[in-house]
Design a binder for this molecule. Structure first.
Ligand SMILES: Cc1cc2nc3c(=O)[nH]c(=O)nc-3n(C[C@H](O)[C@H](O)[C@H](O)COP(=O)(O)O)c2cc1C
Length: 174
């Protein structure tokens, strides 16, 4: 039993949350944390817990155009890195043993607005016939390019630990 945390980030906040979630998971399970687009983020791994995180863009998961917009805001040259939407679309359907969970980052001042990449990713996973183990979670940034609110990394670590405890309890059932 092992876990994979796959994340997408434009400015680094989701990467920091992904590392904190993995630290929490590591209290109970072997875990790797890998950005979408890296070879280690292959969809066909043996991992039985897969956690997927991305920034909320335009009330949902990023698209190529929103990732480009994020890069242009920082005067970066555009790269063709995929997002979690693309990654989820390539998941194998024949893995009933696998459990999934999602998280996102969002702007704290827009908490009251609808739209979360974690929720959108959950819907896409369910649509693909995949099993969600706990409700997706949002972690908050002060502004578009960060930083995370104080204590969000602690909350992410605790959420990761809760997730790992939940799946290990489920797997221990006869
Ligand atoms: C193109 C674009 C659209 C965004 N749309 C939203 C949004 O709808 N709701 C929201 O809360 N934050 C929105 N944001 C802010 C992102 O959620 C924020 O940049 C992200 O959480 C930072 O994570 P990162 O550092 O991993 O990229 C948007 C940011 C960009 C660049």
């Amino acid at each position: 039993m092992s876990a994979l945390v796959v994340y997408e980030t434009s400015y680094g906040s989701t990467a920091a949350v992904a590392r904190a979630v993995a630290e929490g998971i590591a209290r109970h399970l072997l875990v790797r944390v890998v950005p979408v687009g890296d070879p280690g983020a292959d969809q066909a791994t043996e991992d039985t817990l897969v956690v997927i995180g991305g920034p909320t863009h335009a009330f949902g998961m990023s698209r190529a155009a929103t990732r480009r917009e994020a890069q242009e805001r920082h005067d970066e040259l555009p790269t063709a890195r995929p997002g979690i939407r693309d990654w989820i679309g390539l998941l194998p359907a024949d893995r009933p043993d696998r459990l999934y969970a999602t998280f996102d980052t969002r702007v704290a001042g827009a908490r009251h607005l609808p739209g979360s990449a974690a929720r959108a990713a959950e819907r896409a996973l369910r649509h693909g016939g995949h099993h969600i183990v706990v409700r997706g979670e949002s972690f908050y940034v002060v502004g578009t390019d960060g930083p995370l609110l104080p204590d969000e990394e602690v909350r992410a670590r605790n959420w990761g630990e809760h997730l790992a405890r939940t799946v290990t309890a489920l797997w221990a059932r006869p």
